[in-house]
Design a binder for this molecule. Sequence first.
Ligand code: F6P
Length: 367
Amino acid sequence: MTKKRKILVVTGGGDCPGLNAVIRAIVKRSRKEANWSILGSMVAFNGVLKDPMEIKKLNNKAIAGIHVKGGTILRTTNKGNPFDFPYRDDDGNWKIKDRSDELISRIRDLGVEAVISIGGDGSQRISQDLYEKGLNIIGVPKTIDNDLSATDYTFGFRTAVQIATDAFDKLVTTAESHHRVLILEVMGRDAGWIALHTSIAGGAEVCLIPEIPYDINKVVNRINKRYTKGRGFANIVVAEGARPVNGLAVSTENQEVGSEHVRLGGIAYRLSAEMKNAGCKADIRETVLGHVQRGGTPIAFDRVLATLFGVKAFEMVLNREYGKMVTYRNNDICTAPLKEAVTAYNFVKTNGTMVNSARGIGISFGD
Ligand code: F6P
């Protein structure tokens, strides 16, 4: 019997609607070729590094109907960087060590020909580093933040925007009823795409994003004008990574060991306090949307994008296009070197069409 050719699929970093649709598409596309076996490492690369390894066979039964499900059937973590792998020493203290060589040799022991890593900026940086160490790896861009370069969109982003917009619409009716100012905090660590799209879709008065530091007096002037001389209520959208001019984003001080990033969150409360101090006359309430934006079923666009990404990723393995990432550019599925995707963030362009159009309909960025 001919030996099966094997691909290992990994989902890493924060989860995101559409991950399962990518996994399903890789498996389904592989069925069109003879002799492929698709494996999944449980909980990012941790499954390979465990003893015994935790590897899931991605057969037809495992992937049936999963494209509509949120989360990932392979589970995930943002504490699974093999180059900075967290472990407890003999005294029970958390330490970090480099297990990348061990990871590569374990993957080779499994007889795996190529790895498809579905993840955001942190995961794709790991992909690039593993590629430089000789691993045959391909990236698939995932993140609700849409902050990865080299692709116009990541899957999951539009679902998150829809969830945030639904929340915004609900906040508008209660803001109006109570003559209040309601602040909606959405995700977006480095890039304010979710906040910007939600503000335009919902019709916010103020949109605060990491790329445009805000001046609290300008925010309050805008809100007071709308509140006292206008409609008597107002809605603000703020990205978790937003910050005042000369200030920092709100973060949790103690970073979890091995975590990809500092934990952000809580800017809505700080903004509310700053607005009061700066003379905001209105009654203010805050809503932090949090992980609701990452959960649940992907909208149709993200299922389609994720499926196209999965098909392309498998075909890239067939063509041995390693060290590259699948991308979506100008309405087409393309590829780009991983290096290009991870060297810069996809920030909101402060003078681009989106921001200028938002300003055109009267949205203030607090600048
Ligand atoms: O990168 C996606 C993201 O959802 C960010 O917007 C957010 O800051 C972060 O992940 C939250 O991560 P965690 O789930 O680890 O708290």
